[in-house]
Design a protein around this ligand. Structure first.
Ligand SMILES: [Cu+2]
Length: 433
């Protein structure tokens, strides 16, 4: 595992050093400072770029239309990584409003809120009401489904959608599909679309001409970026098989709070930055999670104050020094446990009754207890987690920082559990007399 991580980082550094020259089928990670992605469609082919440094530069001459992707606003988050996420979202909207060519609409790729609270959704709505594009298309992130399995999200943002909120629409000859991959996640797995949605997608695309440009968007990446951190979707291969025959396919995601891009044949994959806080690059920290950077750097990793950009062909190019963003990570999510060691460790033999949730892991991962023991889980992360029995025997609410969940085990047996928001997080309680 450590070697894979090291290879990945080596590969990444090599990519960053190759002057942004893109190669087909080559995974490419970019330290890109931009808070939203502007998509320009010319002749049906989407071209992305970061916000212009000053309005008037690169004014999208001759474009069919433009739209802007924003993501991961996490309204309600107030931890050290960014204590005012509403202000940084507002800055993003201000920039959008100053664009010389007004975008036709916005796409928000999920994690609108931090804890699915009505007040958080209200704040988001209020900020978006000030955006010059009056239409925003949403898909939910796992943070938008915390309290009620997404019912409130559907009421507010999912009118006329199917299932957990998936839908499609056409705009000036381009077919857009919003997909939901954050519900019914299985222990140990990644994001998932599920059978019903896949059937619907196949049907939705069936009658369309192969020359129709297709844009798919979802919260969790629809390509495998880093499975150790759950950055991928279990059944995305099947979804992508339905778009193979199309001449131009663009896949947009959020969730990982940094920009990555991959081009595979006629399909190009892009992730967007967060308007709220950055996350570490894959494998460069003990876990995913909010990354604290020095205050004077925050707006740079969110890309608000000083965005430069280059357009090369249909791909984004690195527009800020990647070494700067690497050094910012050094002050990040450190001080954590060694997840690799933990994953390989067996059951602890003591009768500990407390399980820590830290750096996206349950510690200890497995414990043995006597019947009648009450086990307490405490979340030490800046991100909510849950404790869900894989066998349906217990289920916590979303636990915010420092919140606890307790469960008393009476019957001998093995009780595996996981976090339903981050199903890669698993643990087990073994009850033995
Ligand atoms: Cu979790």
């Amino acid at each position: 595992m450590a070697d894979t991580k090291k290879d990945f980082i080596d590969q990444r550094l090599q990519d960053l050093n190759n002057d942004g020259v893109d190669r087909r089928g080559f995974l490419k990670c970019m330290a890109w400072a931009g808070t939203g992605l502007v998509w320009t469609l010319s002749g049906g082919v989407p071209v992305s770029r970061a916000f212009a440094k000053s309005a008037g530069e690169h004014a999208d001459k001759g474009a069919d239309f433009t739209f802007v992707q924003i993501s991961d606003s996490h309204i309600g988050f107030s931890k050290p990584a960014n204590q005012d996420v509403t202000a940084t979202l507002q800055t993003a909207i201000n920039k959008i409003n100053k664009m010389p060519n007004k975008p036709d609409f916005l796409i928000h790729t999920g994690d609108l809120s931090q804890l699915s609270k009505p007040s958080e959704f209200d704040t988001l709505d209020q900020v978006l009401r000030g955006a010059s594009p009056k239409q925003t298309y949403f898909v939910p992130g796992e943070h938008d489904m915390l309290t009620d399995n997404g019912e409130q999200y559907l009421q507010r943002y999912g009118k006329g959608t199917k299932g957990a909120g998936w839908y499609s629409f056409d705009h000036k000859g381009v077919h857009f599909v919003g997909l939901v991959n954050v519900v019914n996640l299985k222990a140990g797995g990644l994001g998932a679309l599920g059978h019903e949605q896949l059937e619907w997608l196949e049907d939705d695309l069936k009658g369309r001409s192969a020359s129709t440009p297709i844009v798919l968007f979802a919260h969790i990446p629809l390509w495998t970026i880093y499975p150790d951190w759950g950055w991928g979707t279990d059944d995305s291969e099947q979804a992508l098989s339905y778009v193979k025959r199309f001449g131009s396919v663009t896949v947009l995601n959020g969730h990982i709070h940094q920009v990555m891009q991959k081009i595979e044949g006629k399909v190009s994959f892009h992730t967007a930055m967060s308007t709220a806080f950055p996350q570490p690059a894959p494998g460069t920290a003990p876990s995913a999670g909010p990354m604290k950077v020095p205050a004077d750097q925050l707006r740079r990793v969110l890309g608000i104050t000083d965005v430069n950009y280059l357009v090369s062909g249909s791909s984004l190019a690195i527009i800020d020094s990647p070494l700067d963003s690497t050094s910012a990570q050094a002050s990040g999510n450190g001080g954590g446990t060694d997840t690799a060691a933990m994953a390989s460790g067996g059951a602890a033999t003591d009768s500990a009754t407390e399980v820590k949730i830290d750096n996206f892991a349950f510690t200890p991962g497995a414990i043995k207890v006597k019947p009648g023991t009450q086990v307490t889980w405490i979340n030490h992360d800046d991100i909510p987690h849950t404790v869900d029995s894989t066998q349906g025997k217990f289920k916590s609410a979303a636990l915010d920082t420092d919140q606890k969940f307790e469960y008393r085990f009476t019957e001998p047996g093995e009780y595996p559990y996981y976090c339903r928001l981050h199903p890669k997080m698993t643990g087990s309680i073994i009850v033995q007399s």
